[in-house]
Structure formats: C-alpha cells, structure tokens
Ligand binder design. Structure first.
Ligand SMILES: *[C@@H]1O[C@H](CO)[C@@H](O)[C@H](O)[C@H]1NC(C)=O
Ligand SMILES: *[C@@H]1O[C@H](CO)[C@@H](O)[C@H](O)[C@H]1NC(C)=O
Ligand SMILES: *[C@@H]1O[C@H](CO)[C@@H](O)[C@H](O)[C@H]1NC(C)=O
Ligand SMILES: *[C@@H]1O[C@H](CO)[C@@H](O)[C@H](O)[C@H]1NC(C)=O
Ligand SMILES: *[C@@H]1O[C@H](CO)[C@@H](O)[C@H](O)[C@H]1NC(C)=O
Length: 384
C-alpha cells in the first residue's frame, strides 16, 4: 500500500474530518530554536523574550513576532523575528535601534511588543508597538521609549519617551525605571513599569496612560508597598473571562519564604487595569505549599474548565502555576510544564486552538554565558 493510502485509511478509519489547515500545520511542537547567537559574537547571551500575535491588521494569517535582549557586535538593537507557521519556524525581519542606546556599549533591556487593537493616536489598528528600556553606554539613565511599526514589524519609527530614570542600579535609593508593558483598556493606552524614582518606595509598580501615544498622564501607582524596603517588579496583566483583570508581580525581599521565594509572586484583581493600587495583595502559593518566585508572566485562557485557566510562569520553576477559579487564593495548582526554566518566559495563546495550545518562549536565564531563544507548545491541562 502506498503511504497516501495508509494516510487516507487512517483518516477514514479514525472517522476524522480532514483537519483545519492551520491546526494541522500547527500540530504541537517542542524545542524550536528561534535564535542562537552567532559563534563569532563576543557575547552569547540572550534573555527576556516577548512575542505578539498579529490579529488586528486585517491579514488573518496569524503572524507572530518575537523580540528579546542580545549583545551583538557594534550598536545594540532589538531584533524582530517573524513566524508565519505558529512558531515552528522563524526568520529575522528587522532590527530596531533605540535613540537612547546609540553608542557602542549601550544596552536594550526588557522589550515588550503590543499590537494596537484599534485606530489610536494617528496610527491604524494593527500597528505594532515596541517598548524597551534603553540604556546609554555611560549608564547614566534608563529610558522607556516607544516605537511603532505600520508595516507589521518591518520598520519602526520613534514615537515618544514614556519615562526616564537614573542609571541602571537595583539598590534601594537609586532612581531607575524598568520593565515596561503595554495594555489598552476602554480606549486608553497604559504603559506599566517598575519605578524607583519615588523616595517613599525602594521600588514601586506604576503606569502612565495616553490618548495619543505622545502625551503621557501622571504616574499612577499599581503596587506601592508601605514597607519602603520591598521591591515589587515585573508587571504582567491579563484580562479574564469574568471581565476582571489579574495583575501579577514579583516582590523582592518578601517575608513569606525568603529562602525559596526571594522574589515571591503576588497578585491583585480589579475591574480595570488602571485601578490596582487599592486592590488586595495576595500571595501566589500553590496547594502543595510552593510559592511562585521571580519574573512572572500571567495569561488567562478559556480552556481547561468552566472558569478557564489562569497560567503563571515564573523564573524559578520549570513548572507552571494554574488557577481555574479566577484567581481564588486557595486554588493555585503547581503543574509540570515539561519545558526548561527560563528568566521570565513568555506565554501566548495560539489561535484556532480554543485556547488549548500555549506558545512558551524562553529567552534564556540571566547570568549564563551561553543561552538561546527557543519556543515550544504546551497543552492546557484538562482542555477539551
Ligand atoms: C533542545 O534543543 C537544544 C539545541 O537547540 C538541545 O541542546 C536540547 O537538548 C534540546 N532539548 C530537548 C529537551 O530536546
Ligand atoms: C561573523 O560571521 C559572519 C558570517 O561569516 C560575518 O558576516 C560577520 O561579519 C562576522 N561578524 C564578526 C563580528 O566577526
Ligand atoms: C547604586 O545606588 C546606590 C543607592 O543610591 C548607591 O549607593 C550606589 O553607589 C549606586 N551604585 C552605582 C554603581 O552607582
Ligand atoms: C520591611 O521589609 C524588610 C525586608 O523584608 C524587613 O526586613 C523589615 O522587617 C520590614 N519592615 C517592617 C516594618 O515590616
Ligand atoms: C469558578 O470560579 C468560582 C469563583 O469565581 C468558583 O466558585 C467555582 O468553584 C469555580 N468553578 C470551578 C469548576 O472551579
């Protein structure tokens, strides 16, 4: 029998319809290398990968973009890689240079990609926004800068400076800004970031909003601890199926388990992502007693049960922490991911999978001399 017949018979035999082309093409995969620094580069370090799915530009081709931190020879840039097959293969699309990281020796940290879901600030729906923390070679400042692409990531233009802080220094008393992320809510766009400029807090989490991408409102607190020493960091926010938002972050010097959870993950839930300051702070502790720690990324997917599933990845464990009760404190379960641990792994729901398939992108661990950027699929537990 020819292979064709075996294939045909197996489809008929199992009573399967010919699968949707996307789902068929994007069957689950593991361990795809997106980027491995060339051997002739001096630095083979990568970290902090972020992705975005382009779904508002009218193309309906499910293009993914990814970026991360790297240290190339010469002037540093944020790489933009593109995948048109659900993350299975990637190619370099562009390099984005930041004005505040112009000299050799500058660095670009903590990239974040976002696609405008609607026309906004003179840009059409589907515009790709890129923000990062650009640091000049003399380390005199930290700069959260915003760039935009109206050609799906091929080229970017400078839009505005969101926030500027002192040089990169994680000691309380220093005044940098870090770790931006972007989210729109009810026609307003927020950039959320870590802010060490307020003398009342070693570090706090805050946001500024805009209606035109150029003029930024006042700094509004999201998590500002009464204890000056504590350092909340690494904002990640997800909208859940009940309409509420969950905001997760690490808390450096947290008291709950200083040995195993030096950066214990905490979270808050609110009706608006712009109103977390007054929401209750809750520790992310799993039913087995494990406290999630460091660099969380949190998403909500409709798969996995009547309330869907919140998934939190951190930078301490290979395992994920899931919650099927919209963030109820006693409902966090630690589950195996089957993926390597990484510093602030990125999670993205893949389209046409009913929320069942999650793309996990790992930019590498901080502090290692050899890292790669890789991605893999993960199937939400009990997803139908
Ligand atoms: C993933 O790929 C890398 C090389 O790209 C390899 O070193 C590693 O062993 C692979 N891991 C698994 C689990 O297959
Ligand atoms: C590294 O090798 C590539 C390909 O051979 C070459 O184009 C590039 O100029 C080299 N870079 C350095 C910094 O030597
Ligand atoms: C970092 O900030 C602290 C607190 O302001 C300061 O004492 C220290 O000298 C700074 N370190 C560097 C390398 O600038
Ligand atoms: C503030 O947090 C630090 C670090 O965890 C702790 O040592 C200190 O006791 C706390 N202070 C108060 C007043 O709780
Ligand atoms: C769904 O979430 C609610 C709380 O919002 C909880 O009472 C209920 O038990 C959850 N359902 C399941 C199946 O977990």
């Amino acid at each position: 029998m020819t292979a064709f017949f075996v294939l045909l018979l197996s489809f008929i035999g199992l009573g399967l319809a010919i699968p949707d082309p996307f789902v068929y093409q994007h069957r689950p995969f593991d361990n795809v290398t997106i980027f491995n620094p060339p051997r002739n580069w001096t630095s083979h370090r990568t970290s902090y990968a972020r992705t975005v799915l382009l779904e508002h530009n009218g193309d309906k081709d499910d293009t993914l973009l990814a970026s991360w931190s790297l240290s190339p020879p010469g002037r540093v840039y944020a790489p933009i890689y593109q995948s048109k097959d659900g993350g299975y293969s990637w190619k370099e699309l562009s390099k984005v240079y930041f004005s505040a990281a112009a000299d050799v020796g500058s660095i670009i940290l903590q990239v974040f990609l976002y696609e405008l879901p609607q026309k906004f600030g003179g840009y059409p729906a589907g515009t790709v926004l890129l923000t990062a923390n650009a640091i000049p070679a003399d380390f005199s400042s930290t700069n959260i800068q915003l760039y935009a692409s109206t050609d799906k990531g091929r080229s970017f233009e400078f839009v505005s400076d969101v926030a500027v802080g002192g040089g990169p220094n994680t000691t309380n008393g220093a005044t940098p800004v870090w770790e931006p992320m972007i989210l729109m809510h009810e026609g307003e766009l927020g950039v959320f970031y870590s802010d060490s400029r307020d003398p009342k807090h070693g570090q706090k989490l805050a946001h500024q909003t805009t209606f035109d991408l150029k003029n930024w409102g006042e700094v509004v607190n999201d998590a500002a601890e009464t204890n000056y020493t504590l350092r909340p960091g690494m904002t990640t926010i997800a909208k859940m199926g009940n309409g509420k938002y969950i905001f997760s972050y690490e808390l450096a010097f947290a008291q709950e388990d200083p040995i195993n959870a030096e950066y214990a993950v905490h979270y808050r839930i609110a009706d608006s992502p712009f109103e977390f300051d007054t929401a209750e702070e809750i520790l992310l502790e799993a039913t087995d007693g494990t406290i999630s720690s460091a660099g969380p990324q949190t998403i909500w997917t409709p798969a996995g049960g009547p309330n869907g599933t919140i998934i939190t990845s951190d930078s301490e464990y290979s395992d994920f922490f899931i919650n099927r009760a919209y963030g109820h404190p006693g409902a966090w379960i630690r589950v195996p991911s089957g993926k390597g641990v990484g510093y602030t792994r990125d999670l993205r729901i893949m389209p046409h999978t009913k929320g069942k398939v999650i793309l996990v992108t790992n930019g590498g661990m901080y502090g290692r001399s050899e890292t790669i950027v890789s991605c893999a699929n993960w199937i939400v537990p009990d997803a139908k």
